[in-house]
Write a protein that binds this ligand. Structure first.
Ligand code: FEO
Length: 138
């Protein structure tokens, strides 16, 4: 599999469940990248995009549950960033399905840049807060 994103220590939040979900998200994006490079059929790409959306929503709800449970002060800002990403990927999925957009390196780079920046800044800040609260896992 080709790697558009490589896992590294800078991406660690130190919350095991969140880190393992981030690894899975990276794996799905790398799978999509590989399928694009290998010029896989549209229905295969469509399935991977669907998997990315489903897993992203699942992952965001995990973090949002942590935030709610521990009254995280940055909750609204963090949640609105999640909402932005889901809207963007949903919009792309609709365009892809209708044939008005194709999967490109620009789209993949958008996914990569958003996710990496989000983890490095916003998720790590959440991780720090949860560790201060003594959280290991929910
Ligand atoms: Fe890991 Fe806030 O998404």
């Amino acid at each position: 599999m080709y790697e558009l994103i490589k896992w590294n220590n800078e991406l660690e939040t130190k919350i095991e469940e969140i880190d393992s979900q981030h690894k899975k998200l990276i794996q799905i994006i790398n799978k999509l990248y590989t399928a694009m490079l290998e010029k896989k059929a549209k229905n295969i790409l469509k399935d991977i995009i669907g998997e990315l959306i489903d897993y992203t929503k699942y992952h965001f709800s995990t973090e949002e549950n942590y935030m709610e449970k521990y009254n995280y002060p940055g909750y609204l800002n963090h949640k609105s960033q999640h909402g932005f990403f889901v809207r963007k990927v949903n919009e792309f999925q609709e365009k892809f399905k209708s044939g008005s957009a194709t999967l490109s390196i620009e789209i993949l780079n958008f996914l990569k840049d958003w996710l990496v920046n989000h983890i490095k800044v916003v998720d790590k800040e959440l991780g720090k807060f949860l560790i201060e609260k003594g959280v290991k896992d929910l």
